[in-house]
Design a protein around this ligand. Structure first.
Ligand code: SF4
Length: 239
């Protein structure tokens, strides 16, 4: 369990609440090193913290600064440095840019992509922002009411979503072109409660293609073309 924890780390959504405001930059980044006994003495500790600060683009003069002295982008860099402290292989990025100004979002995304290449990291990147998804991911998983409804390589999925929910979701992306022909799919009704969901496809009450059988059994997530998976009874018609 301990080994798994050090190989897998997390970057949290809100850099304002996910770091302790009473601790300095150095102590936030260095805490995992102490807990997991990754350094032998103060010299090693300080050297490793400074190295992590450099890796994420935090100036060394901020070593003893407190989070309230920094902007959102720098605070998120602290969260990233802390996640890197134990040399993970896999990082769960939980909406890591959604709480940041748009101008800072691109900087943090580019930093994450650079680190991925440099350190050979794998990310599970959770976001509602479709332009971020397109920019950063190689493979996409679309979820609806807690279930995976579609999975596939980013480029193919953006070109032709298979699941009716994926189709509606991607049709909502604005196209910066006059006279664009793509039509937005407007879903009917609201998302139903995920508590005690009814049997059958959870998307059925909103799906334009729903049939009586859709409400009988949960559609399985099946491979409908190489590398493309969808949980829809009619998936083959949409490939
Ligand atoms: S299984 Fe039926 S209700 Fe569900 S997405 Fe497919 S067509 Fe729509």
């Amino acid at each position: 369990m301990n080994a798994l924890r050090t190989r897998m780390q997390m970057i949290f959504q809100d850099p304002y609440s996910s770091i302790n405001p009473r601790h300095t930059v150095a102590s936030i980044i260095g805490e995992p090193l102490k807990i997991h006994k990754k350094v032998q003495n103060n010299f090693e500790y300080e050297e490793r913290v400074r190295q992590l600060m450099n890796t994420v683009g935090l100036a060394e003069r901020l070593y003893d600064a407190y989070p309230h002295e920094l902007d959102g982008g720098r605070r998120q860099r602290i969260g990233i440095a802390r996640a890197l402290a134990l040399d993970p292989e896999f990082i769960v990025c939980d909406e890591p840019v959604s709480a940041l100004d748009v101008s800072i979002q691109a900087q943090i995304l580019n930093l994450l992509m650079d680190l991925q290449e440099k350190l050979g990291l794998t990310y599970l990147f959770i976001t509602h922002d479709l332009s971020v998804v397109k920019h950063i991911s190689d493979d996409i998983v679309i979820m609806y009411m807690g279930q995976i409804v579609e999975r596939g390589p980013t480029e193919e999925l953006f070109k032709k979503p298979i699941h009716p929910y994926g189709q509606a979701l991607l049709s909502a992306i604005p196209i910066p072109k006059l006279n664009s022909k793509r039509e937005r799919i407007i879903l009917k009704s609201e998302v139903s409660s995920p508590i005690n969901p009814k049997p059958g496809c959870r998307f059925a009450p909103r799906c334009a293609y729903a049939q009586a059988e859709c409400s009988v059994a949960d559609p399985e997530l099946l491979e409908v073309s190489p590398g493309r998976f969808a949980a829809c009874r009619l998936a083959e018609q949409f490939v």
